[in-house]
Design a protein around this ligand. Sequence first.
Ligand code: GLA
Ligand code: ZN
Length: 674
Amino acid sequence: MKIFEKLWHGADYNYEQWLDSPDILAEDFRLMRLTHSNVMSVGIFAWAMLEPLEGQYTFDWLDQLMDSLAANGLSAILATPSAAPPAWLSQKYPETRRVSELGIRQPHRRRQNFCYASPIYREKIVALNTRLAERYQHHPALVLWHVSNEYGATQCHCELCYHGFQAWLQQRYGDLDSLNQAWWSTFWSHRYTDWSQIEPVDPSMHSLMLDWQRFISDQALDFFLAESAPLRQITPDIPITTNFMQPDVGLNYWHFAKHIDVACWDSYPRWHQSDDLQTAMRTAFYHDLHRSYKKGLPFLLMESTPSVTNWQGISRLKKPGMHKLSSLQAVAHGANSVQYFQWRQSRGGEEKFHGAVVSHLASENTRVFQDVQAVGRLLEKLTPLTATTVQASVAIIYDFENEWALNHAQIPRSLAKNYRETCQQHYSHFWQQGLAVDILNTEADFTGYRLVIAPMLYMLAPGLAERIEAYVTAGGTFVTTYLSGLVNESDLCFLKGYPPPLRRTLGLYSEELDTLADHQFGQIVPSAENPLQLHGVYEFYHYAELVHPEHAQVLATYDSEFYAGYPVLTANTHGSGQAYYIAARTESRFLADFYTHLTKHIGLENPLCTRLPDGLSIQLRSSVNQRFAFIMNFTDQTIPLEIGEGWQDAVTGLPSPSSIIVPPYDVLIVGQQR
Ligand code: GLA
Ligand code: ZN
């Protein structure tokens, strides 16, 4: 794909806001050259400027922009403008506006505020997208479609959406008896006798709300497919993306991922407000997730702020070094771009105080501009990276539907269930130790991974337990924890414990769950002569499951409460593989020690050194004949590291010393032929 030939550097460029400043285009291209920019995302919120009145299209300014991009050697990521409808549309077609849970039609305001089901909205955007595709299909600047902007799962409770939902349910369940059974709706007398009675406004009906969430995600995807259809048809050779966000929006991005050509996301870490190492670890987790959507391909960092945001409550200036470190962190995890929101700071509107490459000072003599310039220069020197990818032997399952279901569930300790944080707690060790991780959903293929970790795998859709069993039988190593295997895809509890394939794989079953108050902790002790050579005393908190081993070997036990002596860590050999169970929420030190021994046991290590000092993270990108290591320091301290012989500085090409010093908030990139 042409889009992966170089590392991209660029920004959202909202030229349509500046049409009455005729000199701005020439000035912006001068500045873009200085920042080594090679791509701009354009037209994202430009519907009102492309179709100022119904059916009256004005492309002249976009023609001028596209031509100038091409003339200046830059590429265009061209957006479809569906994320923000023009006022005339909302006024003439009020049915395009969303309806709130209380049945109130929303006013025209803000953006991302329309009903995905509205036929007229679809008709209008398809007409515009068709014109965009026809007009720019052969344009030399066009390299990628940016469909809409940050689709969300914002709910619309209009009649059309309810009918859509009821039809979706009919498709899924066939008849009402099956639905009533799947939703256990006899509980509190919630049985439905007609499809039209089903309204997704009842948080006590977990299965209903879970299906509603699935439906909204499907509906957003359906809208995406409808508005991209003309692009696919008219420009079959131009790849398509849509910018994802952190998975808090409630869309199942895995389903979108099947229909896009490259994955991208908008990353806004909150640096310097709490522990930067934790922020870096969580950001890395999201980078890995976005890479995993299109496994084997690079992803794009579509947006990041060159300085601050204006919507996070608090956003601190990036300390010296942080801009480069944060940008290169994305590249280290497999991004082939560093792009910003936005190029030129808006003069008015909600985002006038959001950071931009060119601030209101309108000067290249700013700290931010120069930081951006330095990243641009660096990315140009790192072009060989485009031949490489991140290759992961470890997978962590972090599944959205599982998260949605767990979030709804009322369990004995619903406070701080922390599903995602727990996935990140497991991830943290691998992140720090330079062992690449793919972040998967439960539908993914596990073959090829040496280690698959599925914390809090509460919901097991049909076939999942069987696939886990097959993975382990064939020699895989699987780890799961407390709060796993409790419900099926409709949130109905399994009777008689786990489904048989999981029980066989784990070699145990679970009987009870104790939950602890925030201030309560208990102790864990490794069993004498456990094969992982764990020793010492560790703490558990929040959740403590009481499990009964059937075939599993006990590696550690509780040392507190009436269940002292019950297993906390078990290992079960099944076929040619092994399955581990961690029955309690443990301190991170326990996980770090467990995974240190486990990865050694199965022969996984990073190629730089066996144990990295705290504060650093190492990530690798490689191809058959070369590899690059990104050594990142997310602390304000200098950290020394031994990397051994045979590495070159990836920027200068000079041999790297085997003892290196990583300055505070900095990244060193070394490479080596294989
Ligand atoms: C999002 C949007 C952009 C802009 C930025 C500001 O990511 O996609 O349009 O609002 O946030 O941070
Ligand atoms: Zn609607």
